[in-house]
Ligand binder design. Sequence first.
Ligand code: NAD
Ligand code: UGA
Length: 463
Amino acid sequence: MKIKNICCIGAGYVGGPTMSVLAIQNPDIKITVVDINEERIKAWNDKDLNGLPIYEPGLKEIVQKARGQNLFFSTDVEKAIDEAEMIFISVNTPTKTYGKGKGMAADLKYIELCARQIAKVATTDKIVIEKSTLPVRTAQAIKNILDNTGNGIKFQILSNPEFLAEGTAVQDLLNPDRVLIGGEESDEGKEAIDALVDIYASWIPRERILTTNVWSSELSKLVANAFLAQRVSSINAISELCEVTGADVDEVSRAIGMDSRIGPKFLKASVGFGGSCFQKDILNLVYIAKTYGLNEVADYWEQVIIMNDHQKNRFAENIVSTLYNTVSGKKITFLGWAFKKDTNDTRESAAIYVADALLNEQAEICVYDPKVSQERIYADLDYLNTRSPEENRRLVKVVKDPYEACQEAHAIAILTEWDEFKEYDWKRIFDSVIKPAFVFDGRKILNKTTLNKMGFEYYAIGS
Ligand code: NAD
Ligand code: UGA
């Protein structure tokens, strides 16, 4: 089966970049990315491309090349569904905030809405692809809805989870370690799998395109994120041990990472992992395990989250205790707010929780982040509901210049590992801050010896 027309529901961090790369690699296929969020679609259609809703290195150039050729962004969801032979569902699957499974299970209401809408609109056979991260066995629910509310046409459901990381999305999509496709073992299932394999094979070597059954594919996505997050929590646990023993966590990472069985990646100690997915997906895994009565399995994975929360808390506590047990009325400068460098995404960023803890101690925070807007920072704090929006705006200032941010600070905290932080004129910063001059490096990116020489008291995670 040769696919000519694709629809992707959800123009977010996954739908936008994924479909842009699919489009440039498959110029013969028309791809329409749809979303109910009109502002987001308007931003994807931004004329001079500076207003794209997502910042990712290299994305702008790709959108520029494909948009208007074979890549389109639209709010007309029904038309795009109707025209397509293949539909990617790439909507958000946040943690439930209500009812059964609150705070743990994945909220599948957006997925269900998509399935119902596809069933209502579709009049020709469709391949429906789960691109969003979903609990294992969700394909069964989607199939039930499609088969029971549709117009008597045939649907094939595939699972094709996305493994891109933000900040490197374009590179990850152009050159993925693997693409995973799960489908039914029937002839129709195999035909659907082949159709999707063909699309990826236009730029990815076949041996890196893995096909499995649907349940393995759905579960593998949750497990991949759980293993990655577990590595961060593992090294973060060791970072605390390093701080009390005189070992250096970077040296430990290097020493263990050179063991080819362990490997060097994902061993950078930090103020804690953030991002929209690690916590959500582990909580989901824990919930699934509990649902099946596998309590030891659930507890094992939950510990990854507990360790991460501890890491964020102790970073904030260390600032307070080092500043003579009070930060009340003191200016604490945050360098970085994004959950990692090279992205404007702040979802679950450690910075939010560290700020909240310091604000509870009546600190005054000044934030500089090269890509995150003031509105986003206030929205993140307001969302916690710890204090009123007015109070957040009174206590937190957001500035556009890092040197201005550091002026007369009682302490500087590094929350994101942006490269530019390493290039700053730290002597100039030293001269402008209140003494003693404290730097708390939550990413261990600055050089202790250099900063000490300038006169800073420098504290880094894990040393
Ligand atoms: P996102 O919130 O950035 O985007 C989701 C979009 O879907 C939103 O713009 C929303 O308006 C839209 N949407 C929701 N319901 C809709 C509907 N019924 N019709 C049309 N549009 C609808 O989310 P995201 O970060 O792109 O994540 C999407 C999925 O991909 C999640 O399941 C996530 O776990 C998974 N994932 C994310 C990443 C990542 O790096 N962000 C990586 C891999 C997998
Ligand atoms: C992660 C996975 O890496 C992707 O494969 C996956 O597709 C994605 O989640 C998802 O499902 O959403 P992402 O969250 O974008 O990608 O970014 P990561 O590079 O994984 O970083 C996550 C967090 O861990 C960041 O806060 C980062 O600073 C932190 N981290 C990462 C560390 O503290 N130390 C490390 O060594 C690595």
